[in-house]
Ligand binder design. Structure first.
Ligand code: HEM
Length: 267
């Protein structure tokens, strides 16, 4: 999203967010357009970092079922226990969850408010000149909304086990993934969602460089290539897991609880 005007100034050249409202420095920051853009950039970076870690963790699925204790299950257990006994059980996990939730809420609220400001600033009656925008840029709101729906479904499926169309057993991450990704519709749903994630991440990473003022004409081709590489690596890394289970590259689970999962017993 190329911003033709200097940071901190709006299209009219006025100080952004100078709505006349008084308040603390945080309030003024949040009210300004550049402040909201920075919130989107920082919260997006936090979510992006989580995605890189989550994708790398998921690749442990490729280490297979082990001798009844798959590496991905050991990793899941570690995530639940890290910090204990200094912290209460799952303490560190809940801190991370709280940070992620806050980042997600701020990201969405700031985007919604920025979009509404943009719409309100559009002159009525005549169409603004068409600017050449990439597919990723044009579909940011749509891909963001679909990803939001994806995350809600995904957490209800694998974390809370509220949606049990395939059996889910607590702690049996490998068996749960195996059972889900024997179903073609889950494979399609996850792989298509990762395609949208690629578009969203690519444009998000590129916009981050602009909001932070890191873009320069001589650097932009490298920045664009880096954003594309990041988006492709993260999305392919995620998509490899459902595809690996579905194509039989990753073998069947062997543990006892996995057999329970396969028998269809809910947890
Ligand atoms: C093919 C892609 C993905 C797979 C196979 C996958 C797999 C999983 C699994 C198995 C869990 C539960 C782990 C456990 O039981 O300990 C989980 C949790 C989660 N995933 Fe994913 N995931 C994928 C993509 C994503 C994406 C793209 C996002 C975000 C946009 C995401 C966000 C989350 C969140 C927020 C949790 C809950 C973490 C927690 O609070 O414990 N996942 N994922």
């Amino acid at each position: 999203m190329a911003d033709p005007h200097p940071p901190g100034l709006n299209e009219e050249g006025e100080l952004e967010g100078s709505s006349g409202r008084h308040g603390g420095i945080l309030r003024q920051f949040w009210d300004s357009t550049i402040g909201k853009k920075i919130v989107v950039a920082v919260s997006g970076s936090i979510l992006g970092l989580y995605l890189i870690v989550h994708m790398l963790g998921n690749l442990k699925g490729f280490q297979g079922p082990g001798g009844g204790e798959p590496e991905i299950d050991v990793y899941g257990e570690w995530l639940r226990e890290v910090g204990s006994p200094a912290l209460p059980e799952q303490g560190a996990l809940w801190v991370v969850r709280a940070i992620l939730l806050l980042a997600l809420v701020l990201h969405v609220v700031a985007i919604v408010q920025l979009s509404r400001r943009n719409l309100a600033a559009k002159p009525k009656g005549h169409r603004p000149p068409r600017i050449q925008r990439s597919l990723a840029s044009r579909t940011m709101l749509l891909s963001g909304l679909v990803l939001l729906a994806f995350v809600v479904f995904h957490v209800l499926q694998f974390t809370t086990a509220t949606i049990q169309t395939t059996p889910i057993v607590e702690g049996e991450v490998y068996a749960n993934l195996y059972a889900a990704f024997q179903e073609w519709y889950f494979v399609v749903f996850y792989v298509v969602s990762m395609g949208l994630l690629a578009l969203h991440l690519r444009h998000g990473a590129w916009s981050l460089t602009q909001t932070m003022g890191w873009d320069k004409p001589n650097r932009n081709p490298t920045l664009r290539r880096t954003a594309t590489a990041l988006a492709v690596v993260v999305s392919l890394g995620f998509a490899a897991v459902p595809l690996g289970f579905w194509l039989g590259i990753v073998p069947e689970p062997t543990s006892e609880a996995a057999a329970t999962a396969a028998s269809g017993e809910p947890r």
